[in-house]
Design a protein around this ligand. Sequence first.
Ligand SMILES: Cc1cc2nc3c(=O)[nH]c(=O)nc-3n(C[C@H](O)[C@H](O)[C@H](O)COP(=O)(O)OP(=O)(O)OC[C@H]3O[C@@H](n4cnc5c(N)ncnc54)[C@H](O)[C@@H]3O)c2cc1C
Ligand SMILES: NC(=O)c1ccc[n+]([C@@H]2O[C@H](COP(=O)([O-])OP(=O)(O)OC[C@H]3O[C@@H](n4cnc5c(N)ncnc54)[C@H](O)[C@@H]3O)[C@@H](O)[C@H]2O)c1
Length: 474
Amino acid sequence: MTAAQVSPAYDLIVIGAGPVGENVADYATKRGLRVAIVESELVGGECSYWACMPSKALLRSGSALRAAERLDGARQAVTGRVDVPAVLARRDAFAGHWKDDGQVDWLRSAGIDLLRGRGRLTGPGTVDVDGRAYTATAVAVATGSLPVLPDVPGLADAQPWGTRDATSAPSVPPRLLVVGGGVAGTELATAYASLGSRVTLVARSTLLDREEPFAGDHVARALTQLGVDVRTHVTPERVDRDAAGSVTTRLSDGTTVASEEILVATGRRANTLDLGIETVGQRPGDWLPVDDTMLVAGTDWLYAVGDVNGRALLTHQGKYQARAAGEAIAARVNGTPVHAEPWGDHVATADHAAVPHVVFTDPEVARAGLTEAQARSRGVAVRAVEYELGSVAGATLHADGYEGRAKLVVDEDRHVVVGATFVGPDVAELLHSATIAIVGEVPLERLWHAVPSYPTISEVWLRLLEAYGRPHSD
Ligand SMILES: Cc1cc2nc3c(=O)[nH]c(=O)nc-3n(C[C@H](O)[C@H](O)[C@H](O)COP(=O)(O)OP(=O)(O)OC[C@H]3O[C@@H](n4cnc5c(N)ncnc54)[C@H](O)[C@@H]3O)c2cc1C
Ligand SMILES: NC(=O)c1ccc[n+]([C@@H]2O[C@H](COP(=O)([O-])OP(=O)(O)OC[C@H]3O[C@@H](n4cnc5c(N)ncnc54)[C@H](O)[C@@H]3O)[C@@H](O)[C@H]2O)c1
C-alpha cells in the first residue's frame, strides 16, 4: 500500500472508535452521511475494556457483600468472603474478553465503514490510515486520553501499573500501592481491598479534593475501615523494583512502602500524540479547544469530541457531546440550520455547569453541577445547605447505621439549584433527580411540589429544602 493511494471521499471520518467516536458516527449516519471510523485497537475504546466496565465489575461484588453485612438478618447469612476468581471471571465477561466482534457487528449493522489502523491528520479533510489516504468533508477526532506518569525517580523503570493493568489484571497482588487520591485511585483502592489485597493509598492532598470536602472524608474513613492504609498529603519520591519483583517506594514524609505492584492513577492528558494535530496549529498532548458544537478552534472541518477535548472525562458526557456533534456535522454537510444557541439541538451546553458523575467507591459519591467552591469562584451568589443522610427514614431502613451526607448549592439570584452532592451507600441512583433540577432550572418554589416517596433515601430532597426554608412566591 502506498501513501499515494487515495480512497473515495466520505462525508465524515471519525478517528477513534471508543464510546464517543461510535456515537458521533452513529448520529451522523442516521442523518444520511457517509461515514468511516478509524480504530487502532479495539472498537469500544477504553471504557469497554480498561475503564468503566471492568472497574465497576471489580467493585460491584464487594459492594453487594458489604451491603448485606450492613443489614441485620442478611448479615448472618454472609458466611464467606468475595470469591476472587468468580469476580475476575465476571470482570472478564464485562470486558468482552477483550474482543470487539460484537461492536464490529454493530458498526456494520449501522452502516458505518470500519478502517482498522492508526489514523493521522495530514491536511484539511485528509486522514492517513497506515499509509492509505482518505478524504472527507469533516473529520472528528475522538481519540480519548492517556494516563500521566509523574516524574518520580525510578518509577518508570519499576514498570508501574496504569489503570489498564489494574482493570485487566489476571490476579490480585498481595500488596498494592495506589498513587493518586482522585476518582480512579479511590475506586481501584476500594476494588483491590475488597479482593483481599493489602492496599496503601497515597494522595498528595486530601482524597477527592475536587468534591465537597465531606466526600473525601467519608471515603477516607470507609477505606480505612476496609483495611486500606490511607496516607494523605504525601507523594512518592523514589521507586525501586528489586530482582525478585518487590517494589519499595519512598514517600515525601520519609516512610517507605513495600508492595508487589504500584498503581499510578494521577490524571490524564489528551491522546493527540502522533495524530498530526500540529497541522491545525495545536500542540500534541494538549486538550483540543472546541466550541459547543465540538468544532476545533481555527478550523471549519475538524471536530474534537469526548475525553480528547478535556471538557469532562466521562463516558456519558462524551456521548452527549457526540450526539450534538454528530447532528451538527450532518446539519452543516447537508446545509440545514444549525441550532447552536445554548441548549439547542447541536450543542453540549450542559458541559459547562450541569455535569453529573458518580465515584463508585463505598460509600458512593454522586455530584451534579457545581460544588459550593466552584459556584463561588464563578461569582454565583451562593447559599448552601447540608443534611445527614443517616437521619432520613429511607436510609435507616436501607442499611443499619447508614452514614452519608447531602448538599444543595443554590443560586440565590435565580432561586435554582446549581449543584448537588450525595455521599452514601447506593446514592448513585439519586443523582438524576439533581441533574434534572439543574438542567431544568426548576425554581425552588416549584421543587417543593416534587414530593419524594416515603420511605426512600430521596426524601433527603425534602429535608434539604426544609433546611433551606420555603421561599414564598409573592
Ligand atoms: C479506570 C477508569 C474508570 C472509569 N470509569 C468511568 C465510569 O465509571 N463512568 C464514566 O462515565 N467514565 C469513566 N471513565 C472515563 C471513561 O473511560 C472515558 O471518559 C471514556 O472512555 C472516553 O471515551 P472516548 O471515546 O472519548 O475515548 P476512549 O474510550 O479512550 O476511546 C478512544 C479510542 O480511540 C482509539 N484511538 C486513539 N488514537 C487513535 C488513532 N490515532 N487512530 C485510530 N484510533 C485511535 C483508541 O484505541 C480508543 O479505542 C473511567 C476512566 C478510567 C481510566
Ligand atoms: N466513576 C467515574 O466516572 C470515573 C472513574 C475513574 C476515572 N474517571 C475519569 O478519569 C479521569 C482520570 O482519573 P484519575 O483518577 O486518574 O485523575 P484525577 O484527576 O481524578 O485524580 C488524580 C489525582 O492524582 C493526584 N496526583 C497527581 N500527581 C500526583 C503525584 N505526583 N503524587 C500523588 N498524587 C498525585 C491529584 O492530586 C489527583 O487527586 C477522571 O477525571 C475521571 O473523569 C471517571
